[in-house]
Structure formats: structure tokens, C-alpha cells
Design a binder for this molecule. Sequence first.
Ligand code: CLF
Ligand code: SF4
Length: 503
Amino acid sequence: MELKVINQPAASCTTGRCPTKDPVGTSDHLSPLPGRVLEKVNNHPCFSEGAHHYYARMHVAVAPACNIQCHYCNRKFDCANESRPGVVSELLDPDQAVKKALAVAAEIPQTSVVGIAGPGDPLANPERTFSTFRGLKKHAPDIKLCVSTNGLQLPQHVDELVKHNIGHVTITINCIDPAIGARIYPWIFWDHQRLRGEKAARILIDQQLKGLEMLVQRDVLVKVNSVMIPGINDQHLKEVSRVVRAKGAFLHNIMPLIARPEHGTYYGLTGQRGPTEAELIALQETCSGNMKVMRHCRQCRADAVGLLGEDRGAEFAMDELENKELDYKIAMEKRAVVHEVIERQRTKQRQTRLINGFLKSELTPLRYKTSMYAPVRMAVATRGENVINEHFGQAREFLIYEASSDGVRFLGYRKTDLYCSGPDSCGDSATALRNTIRTLQGCKVVLCAKIGFEPWSELEAAGILPNGEHAMEPIEEAVMEVYRELIEKGALSPRDALYKGII
Ligand code: CLF
Ligand code: SF4
């Protein structure tokens, strides 16, 4: 069946530079959570999928040392618990970290959380970590504090974490079976000794689970990160999910192993592969029966700044901040205003969604009509605020959604080379465009604010429908609308026909 074009390309830019039951998705619907939990996650971009469209996080890299070794980590690179490989550009002392965090939070008022996630383990560097938190608490009490740890020293520090009002903790738990652990962790440093093998893994796992239970008892929200390592722990992570849920974890974040020879890690050098996107999504699906899973993690750097999909770290080099005068009180007032505006915007979007969902389900037999058709994947270019507001050529990543008779659900994101970054990169644009199109494989539609003629034609030739008609519209509503349009225009094969092999 020939696919029909939904709209026309905008002006040329060739040289410039959660499973849901409602029709439009529930990624920003946190209302079923108890009030005190809702308050904790509502503006945390990692603990709430909806919040990540609006709120920014910042990491301060104050923790150089680590007390274990993971086969996916090279100390010269960011902590793979929380970040993609890439050197931390600046290691900070606590005073510098506080200064930088306050400058960032003044400049980017969407900042709602400051986390310590490396480059080593925050709790293997407790003085530096807690000294940083103390400074932040004093000068920016409105900012949430967050920490990510391998868990080895967690039980010893639970009291201190609670005392410093750390409301969110991430523990990386890759396994609960020491035999599997011995294949992930070559050693741990424990009780003044380097321990290896299953004995070491057993200690680490016991500490992680004990720390999890202690935090839950103290009402701290715990997210568990797991690195999915095909052939090692992929089959086992469902059990990890079950156990950590039973112990009270709030969220499970299953991240793909990133292992390349150039990173110099054991896995990278020995050819251990990471999971495919399909394998990752399948495992996330399986685990989502156990507990809520995180799909929007960007595996960010230990010095990341900004919205999850962007990294503005380079804008805040320490030498430029050293002498900067800041008025903490005014910065905090500005944040309060901006956060209030964001919340009003989110409330309005939720109300519109509810009204639209209600009207459409009342006035059109949506479920009946769409259930005849297979789900469709769509890529979305966005700069945040949960709307389609990014030019195709400037998108550094695309969010991937799936539309079906059950509504819209967020599947994850795919990074791309920047297709259009100005005249300097013009020569590379053809290759970058080809790579971008390869990145979008499996998507039927790409939704963006604007797109030039050349990429438009290339996308069409690759069987991907470019669509710029829903610029500035809320993402989930637009995805559902396009799904309906595809059905109306006869661009989708009826599911029954597909199943019977007629088409
Ligand atoms: Fe940072 Fe981690 Fe706190 Fe978020 S990140 S310490 S919980 S504030 Fe977030 Fe980054 Fe994924 Fe981490 S997207 S790597 S989950
Ligand atoms: Fe690296 Fe983090 Fe593992 Fe330590 S816990 S070895 S810093 S990935």
C-alpha cells in the first residue's frame, strides 16, 4: 500500500545550519501516587517521566575514587552507573561544586535537582559528597538533592543521607546472584582488603539490598539502576526487578551496556556487546509487570547540566564562574516563579488531555477504529516542555513513541548526529542526514517543528513520513492525532488483513 504524505515541507534548510489506558498517554499523570511521594517526584526529571520534559538536573563531579571495579568502567571515563562514557571535563572540590551548582541553578531556573553521580562513587568519597550537600542545602534549600551509588558503603551512610535531607537515592544493582556478580565485578575494596570472585560479589549485593531496605524504611525514594549485559545478566534482571520491588524500590532503570574498545574497559576490549534496542525494550516490558520502569534515562555524564536531553556543561566552566557574584535569594525567587509557570503549563496540558480524551472517546469510536490497526512508532523532535518544538535538522535526539488502540506510550530515545549545525558543518550534512535516517529506522513518522526540502525527500524515500503540521502541540496528543490521520487516509494496513497474510 502506498503511504500518503500528511503535509508539505517547510522552507528549505539545506545549507543553513508508559503503557496507558487513556487515549493520549499517561506520562505526566502522577495523580495515583500518594501526596507525599507525588511532591517528591513531581519535579524530579529522572524519577518522573513527565517532569523530564520541563525540569533540569545538574551533576557536580566531586567524587573521584571508587571502591569497586565494574567490567564496564574505565576510571578515566564517567561512572557508567549514571553516565555515558566520556571524560569528566572538570573534577571539582566541594566549594567549587557549590559555586557552580548555584550559578547553574540561577542561569537555568528549570533546575530542580543537583545530583552527585561520580566520576567515582559518591559514598567512597563521603567527606567531599556531604560537604557539597551541606553547602547546597544552605544556599539553595529549594533544590532537591540526589545521589547515585554502587551501594557498597550505603548502609553506613544512610543516617548521614537522611540527615542531609537527600530525598532520592539511586543504587546500581546489576544482579542478586554472586555467580553473575563475579562476571561483572572483578574486585571490591572492603575492610582494607581487595576481595575478588563470588565472595566479593556477595558482600556487594548484601550491602546494596540492605541499603535499599534501610532507605525505604526512612522514606527515601530509591531508584535501582541496572546495566543490561547480554549473555551475563539479561535473563536475570527480571528477578532483580522482582526482588528490588519487593524491598520497596520506587523505580527500575534498565540501561543498555555501552562497551567499545576505545573506552578501554574490560567488556569493551573483550568484545562484550550491548543489547539491541529491541532487546532492551523487551526486557523493560517484562520488568514493567513487576514495577514502574524508567525509559527516559540518558545515561548522562557525571558533570551533566540542563534538561536530560541536552548537555549545557560547556557553558559553565569553573574558571569563568570563580569570580561571579550571585544573589542566592533572587535566584531562588526566580526559580520559584519559573517552577510555578511550569506547573501551570502542566496542569493546563493535563486538563486539555483529559477533555480531548473524553471528547474523542465519546464522539468517535476510537478504540474500535484503531484496534483494527497495528501499533505505529513515531519519532519526535523536541527541546522540552512536552511539545514538538525542535527543527528536524537541529535535533540531537528523537523521542520514540508508539501509538496504538491503547493510546500513546513512550519507548525511549535515540541519539543522532546533528544533521544541521551551521555553515561550518555543511560538508558533512549528507552523511549526517543518512545517519539520522538510519537512526530513525522502524519509525513510520517523524514529527518536528520544521523540516527542509532535502531531508523531507530523503525521509520519504526511506519510507518515513516527515510531519511538521503539529509544531508547538503537546507530543502525545499530536502522536495520537497523526495515528488517526494515518488510519483515515488509508496509510495503515488493517491488522486483520496483515495477520491473515492478505496484504
Ligand atoms: Fe542525577 Fe541520577 Fe539523580 Fe537523575 S541522573 S543522580 S537520578 S539527578 Fe537521570 Fe542521568 Fe539517567 Fe541518572 S538521566 S543517568 S537516571
Ligand atoms: Fe566505575 Fe561507577 Fe563501577 Fe565505580 S561503581 S567502577 S565508578 S561504574
